[in-house]
Design a protein around this ligand. Structure first.
Ligand SMILES: Cc1cc2nc3c(=O)[nH]c(=O)nc-3n(C[C@H](O)[C@H](O)[C@H](O)COP(=O)(O)OP(=O)(O)OC[C@H]3O[C@@H](n4cnc5c(N)ncnc54)[C@H](O)[C@@H]3O)c2cc1C
Length: 417
């Protein structure tokens, strides 16, 4: 496809932009591959790319039932961070954040990675203590975090409601290296780089069944015919339980809708990402000026990529409690995506009881930031049959063994994770 460079941009600009070609080959399915990855979201694409780039796999296909970027990878609120407390999560997200920092160079693609900081507000002494403890753990891992009291916060975040008697802001934990990236560019960048390395990116190809004999996988059935495969990796986010059911496997996952919202474009006002500590609300400002925000899940199981009006009101109310001036902005659009919520809020990257069938799922509403790390560790598992050292905790059998990774302490309540 040719490399992007300043010189090439200049040349194309001067010659009518006639030299650009499609970002990736529109491949037709071949009868057989060594590895088939199902799901053209961020995780499937990053996995396919890493299989070719890092593990030298030559015969890889990625199957997507719709179009690249049509799932959660193109629907999220673009927040990237590594501010976890528990060791299994922290090491993995630290790896992922380091991969984010070099993604544009690795992929030769502008994903608009912007390390503008993520701030988690605290409203009580108990929250402050918990934030400082988490911050210290993050600092010990070298990822960087700083606790700011209300006085310090007022300098860069003057628009927050510090005088709210019900939800007084005591301070906040800031991770300066966290931030945002343009979500659909991440999908396109991985698709382009993977295709360049020989991966067949096959859109409009829905997997409708598995060819499993004697407990081993031999391929997949799709709307474009049967495809034989030595190994199959599933990375279908909100459709995980549906797909795994086709392989006879019941997952510790529920699917829920999460909505997001964007306002009309405003002049720069929010310096980074900020989250409310007493309700579920998070907000940042896009490069076009729109305030991008989200909150709670809709609260019922669904496979529909759309939500309902009561949650629009609920999220808007949380936003106004945190920063009253948002009430003046006009809402432009809202949309929804399907979240694969696990029983402990942490992901699953593991082999399955079916030989040759591997699972990457259970990302809940935090999987965008995991994209590069997830691609690397899932490709490692698929290529070597051993878990990557950064993902040894994300086992499928951890729920049976009692080794859950419950970051929020909510217990087995997927709608609250
Ligand atoms: C509103 C919203 C806000 C969010 N905000 C954030 C955030 O700020 N930060 C963050 O880290 N995370 C966030 N997330 C979560 C994050 O987007 C997801 O966890 C992550 O994108 C899931 O991984 P993915 O990109 O691979 O999923 P997807 O993009 O959903 O990819 C899965 C793909 O599998 C395909 N598929 C499904 N079934 C089949 C089949 N049978 N055959 C072939 N293909 C199939 C789907 O069409 C889809 O394209 C948010 C999600 C939503 C919806």
């Amino acid at each position: 496809m040719g490399r992007f460079s300043a010189l090439r941009l200049l040349r194309e600009g001067l010659t009518g932009n006639r030299g650009w070609t499609p970002h990736w080959r529109d491949a037709a399915p071949q009868p057989a591959y060594d590895i088939v990855v199902i799901g053209g979201g961020g995780h499937g694409l990053a996995t396919a790319y890493q299989l070719a780039a890092t593990y030298g796999q030559k015969r890889v296909a990625l199957l997507e039932k719709g179009w690249i970027g049509g799932g959660n990878v193109g629907r999220n609120t673009t927040i990237v961070r590594a501010n976890y407390l528990l060791p299994s999560n922290q090491g993995f997200y630290a790896l992922s954040l380091r991969l984010w920092e070099r993604m544009e160079q690795d992929l030769n693609y502008n994903v608009m990675m912007s390390q503008r900081g993520v701030l988690n507000l605290c409203h009580s002494d108990a929250q402050r203590d918990a934030a400082i403890r988490r911050g210290n753990t993050i600092r010990l891992s070298g990822e960087g975090a700083v606790y700011l009291d209300a006085k310090a916060l007022k300098k860069d975040w003057p628009f927050l409601d510090y005088d709210n008697a019900r939800f007084p802001i005591r301070g906040g934990l800031l991770q300066p290296r966290a931030g945002t990236a343009r979500h659909d560019a991440v999908a396109w960048g991985y698709a382009r780089a993977a295709s360049d390395l020989g991966v067949d990116i096959i859109q409009n190809c829905e997997v409708t069944g598995f060819d499993i004999r004697g407990g081993k996988i031999f391929g997949v059935e799709t709307t474009r015919g049967a495809i034989a495969a030595g190994k199959v990796g599933v990375a279908v986010a909100g459709n995980t339980s549906r797909l795994m059911q086709m392989a006879g496997l019941r997952m510790p996952i529920e699917s829920h809708v999460l909505q997001a919202f964007v306002t009309e474009g405003l002049k720069p006002v929010i310096p980074g990402v900020v989250t409310f500590g007493v309700g579920h609300f998070y907000i940042s400002q896009s490069d076009k000026g729109g305030l991008v925000f989200g909150g709670d899940l809709d609260g019922y199981n669904s496979y529909a990529q759309r939500g309902n009006l009561p949650m629009v009101e609920h999220v808007a109310a949380a936003g106004v409690s945190m920063m009253p001036m948002i009430a003046r902005a006009r809402l432009l659009r809202s949309w929804g995506g399907i979240m694969d919520m696990t029983m402990d809020g942490s992901p699953i990257i593991d082999r399955t009881p079916v030989e040759g069938l591997y699972l990457n799922g259970g990302w809940c509403y935090g999987g965008f930031k995991a994209t590069p790390g997830s691609g690397l560790v899932f490709a490692h598992l698929l290529a070597t049959d051993t878990p990557h050292e950064a993902a040894t905790g994300f086992r499928l059998d951890r729920f049976a063994r009692g080794h859950v990774i419950d970051e929020t302490g909510h217990g087995p309540t997927p709608n609250l994770q």
